[in-house]
Design a protein around this ligand. Structure first.
Ligand SMILES: *[C@@H]1O[C@H](CO)[C@@H](O)[C@H](O)[C@H]1NC(C)=O
Ligand SMILES: *[C@@H]1O[C@H](CO)[C@@H](O)[C@H](O)[C@H]1NC(C)=O
Ligand SMILES: *[C@@H]1O[C@H](CO)[C@@H](O)[C@H](O)[C@H]1NC(C)=O
Ligand SMILES: *[C@@H]1O[C@H](CO)[C@@H](O)[C@H](O)[C@H]1NC(C)=O
Length: 460
C-alpha cells in the first residue's frame, strides 16, 4: 500500500464521545459537512443506524471506524459511578490513534483536520503529531463551557469557603455573564463533588488545552442568546463559532410516521399554548415517586398533556392513569415523541424538562416556556439561566417533583401574568434564533467558516 499523501482534498477525522447525548449532535454536523464536501464513494452504515431518520445510510463520503471501548476482556462492570466512561477515557487516546492510522492507511490519505468532542483534550497533542488543526465541539451551552473554562478561578475564589455555606452564594463577578448562578448550580467537579475523579480532571485538562491549542471551538448555540458569555468565550478561543440552533440551520429529515401524537395535538378541543409536553430526554428517568407526582398533578389540574415516557418507567404511573387520560382525551403517554415538531406546535404551552442543552434550545426555538427539573451536569445551570437570566421558565421548589409543586408551576406558566411574560421573553429569543439561522445570519456565517476551516488542507 502506498504511504498516505496529503493530496486529493480534505480528510477529516471526527472523534465522538460515545456517552449520553454527545454523539448525536456531532453526527448531525458531520452529515451536513459531508453533504457540502466533494464525495468519494466510501461509506459504512454502522455508526449511522441509530439515526432517527427514515434514511439511515451515511453520506457516501463518510466512513465509520469503531475504537475499543476500553473494557478489558472478561471485566465485569461493578456499577461504580462513571465506570464505563473512566475505562473508555483511559483507552481512548491510544484507540483513536489506531483508528486514525487505520483510516489513513485504508484511504491512502493523511488526515487534514481533527474534529472532536471538546472533552478530548488529548486531541491537542494528536493534532500536533498529525500536523493538522484541531477543532473542538462543545455539545452543551456556552454557560457550562464557561464554568469549566474558569474552573481554576472559581476554585480559587470559592475554595476557602465551606461548601455548605457557599452553595447558596451567587457567582457575582467571578465569571462574566453568570452573576446570578449559585455555586450549587455549577456542574459537579468544578468546585463541588469529587475534584480528582477522572471526569473532573478530564474537564479540567480540557479547560487548559482548548484555549491554547484548538484552531476553533464550535457550539450548538446562537450569539444573541448569551451575548456576554459568548463574547467572553470568543476572547478566550482562537476562533469561537456558534452554529445553532442546529436543527433550524439544518433541519433533520421528518420523523418516521409511526407516532400518533402530532395528529392529537391538532385536535379541535386544544386551545393554543395549552398543552404540557413532558420529557426528560434519553438518559435520565426520574425516581418512581416523582413520576407518580407528575401524573397526580396532571390529573388534578386537568391540563392537557403529551408525555414522552419510556416503557420501562410506565410501571411507575398510578394504576390506570394512561388509559384514563387517553380515554377522557386529556392526554397521551407515548414511548417516544418527535420533540422538535411537538415543541414547534402551537398547542404546546409549556415544556416540563430535565434541562439538557438540546432540549432547552429546542424549546427556545419553539417559543415554549419551561418547567425545570434538572438532574446533573449542566442541567441545574441551564435551569437557573431559564428562570433568572432569560426569564423563560421556572424551577420546581426544592428541585424535585411533588404534586403540589408541579400544580403550582403549571398554574404560574399556563394561567398567570408571569407566564405570559415568559412566553413573550422566549418569543424574543425564538426570533433571534430564527434570524441567526437565516442566510447571512450569524449562525449561518459561522457554519460557513466551520466548513472552510475543516476543508483547509494545510496547517493554519
Ligand atoms: C463498517 O465498520 C465496521 C466497524 O469498523 C466493520 O466491522 C465493518 O466491516 C464495516 N463495513 C463495511 C461494509 O466496510
Ligand atoms: C475521587 O475519585 C478518585 C479517582 O477516581 C478516587 O480514587 C477517589 O476514591 C474518589 N473520592 C471519593 C471521595 O469518592
Ligand atoms: C489530565 O492531564 C494530566 C497531565 O497532562 C494527565 O496526567 C492526566 O492523565 C489527565 N487526566 C485525564 C482524566 O485525562
Ligand atoms: C401518517 O400518519 C397519519 C396519521 O396517523 C396518516 O393520516 C397519514 O396517512 C400517514 N402518512 C403516511 C405517508 O403514511
Amino acid at each position: 500500500m502506498p504511504p498516505p499523501t496529503t493530496g486529493a482534498g480534505p480528510h477529516v477525522a471526527v472523534l465522538a464521545f460515545p456517552f449520553g447525548t454527545h454523539a448525536g449532535p456531532l453526527l448531525a454536523v458531520v452529515d451536513r459537512l459531508a453533504a457540502l464536501s466533494p464525495s468519494t464513494p466510501q461509506s459504512n452504515a454502522s455508526a449511522f443506524k441509530n439515526r432517527p431518520s427514515a434514511d439511515a445510510s451515511p453520506p457516501a463520503n463518510v466512513r465509520a471506524h469503531d475504537v475499543w471501548d476500553g473494557i478489558p476482556e472478561g471485566y465485569e462492570l461493578t456499577g461504580r459511578h462513571q465506570e464505563a466512561i473512566e475505562l473508555f477515557m483511559s483507552a481512548a487516546p491510544a484507540g483513536f490513534r489506531q483508528g486514525i492510522a487505520a483510516a489513513e492507511a485504508e484511504s491512502g490519505r493523511k488526515v487534514s483536520c481533527l474534529v472532536t468532542d471538546a472533552f478530548y483534550w488529548f486531541a491537542a497533542e494528536m493534532a500536533e503529531e498529525l500536523r493538522a488543526p484541531w477543532v473542538g465541539f462543545w455539545t452543551a451551552g456556552p454557560n457550562a463551557l464557561s464554568a469549566h473554562l474558569y474552573t481554576d478561578r472559581l476554585r480559587e475564589a470559592l475554595g476557602n469557603v465551606p461548601v455548605a455555606e457557599a452553595e447558596e452564594a451567587q457567582l457575582g463577578s467571578i465569571v462574566l455573564g453568570m452573576s446570578k448562578i449559585r455555586v450549587k448550580d455549577l456542574p459537579e467537579g468544578v468546585v463541588t463533588g469529587n475534584l480528582t475523579s477522572i471526569f473532573s480532571t478530564m474537564l479540567h485538562n480540557m479547560s487548559t488545552h482548548l484555549p491554547k491549542s484548538a484552531a476553533a471551538v464550535f457550539i450548538n448555540s446562537f450569539r444573541g442568546l448569551d451575548p456576554t458569555i459568548t463574547d467572553d468565550l470568543a476572547s478566550r478561543f482562537t476562533t469561537f463559532l456558534n452554529i445553532g440552533p442546529f436543527h433550524l440551520l439544518s433541519p433533520p429529515p421528518p420523523p418516521p410516521n409511526s407516532s400518533s401524537c402530532l395528529p392529537w395535538l391538532d385536535g379541535p378541543n386544544l386551545a393554543p399554548a395549552s398543552v404540557a409536553y413532558v420529557s426528560f430526554g434519553s438518559v435520565v428517568t426520574p425516581p418512581p415517586h416523582e413520576i407518580r407526582a407528575v401524573a397526580e398533578s396532571l390529573e388534578a389540574t386537568r391540563v392537557p398533556f403529551l408525555w414522552s415516557l419510556r416503557d420501562h418507567a410506565r410501571a411507575h404511573l398510578p394504576q390506570g392513569f394512561a388509559e384514563r387520560s387517553q380515554g377522557q382525551g386529556q392526554g397521551m403517554v407515548v414511548p417516544w415523541a418527535p420533540q422538535v415538531e411537538v415543541l414547534g406546535h402551537g398547542a404546546v404551552g409549556v415544556f416540563v424538562t430535565h434541562c439538557g442543552w438540546n432540549s432547552v434550545l429546542e424549546s427556545i426555538a419553539g417559543g415554549v416556556p419551561m418547567i425545570c427539573r434538572p438532574f446533573f451536569g449542566d442541567q441545574r445551570l441551564n435551569g437557573r439561566m431559564i428562570e433568572d437570566v432569560w426569564g423563560i421558565g421556572v424551577n420546581l421548589e426544592g428541585g424535585v417533583f411533588s404534586k403540589e409543586g408541579l400544580v403550582g408551576c403549571l398554574d404560574r406558566v399556563l394561567k398567570r401574568e408571569e407566564g405570559k411574560r415568559m412566553r413573550e421573553n422566549v418569543g424574543v429569543l425564538k426570533e433571534k434564533a430564527e434570524e441567526a439561522t437565516k442566510p447571512k445570519g450569524s449562525s449561518s456565517d459561522d457554519f460557513c467558516r466551520l466548513v472552510e476551516l475543516v476543508s483547509t488542507t494545510t496547517m493554519p
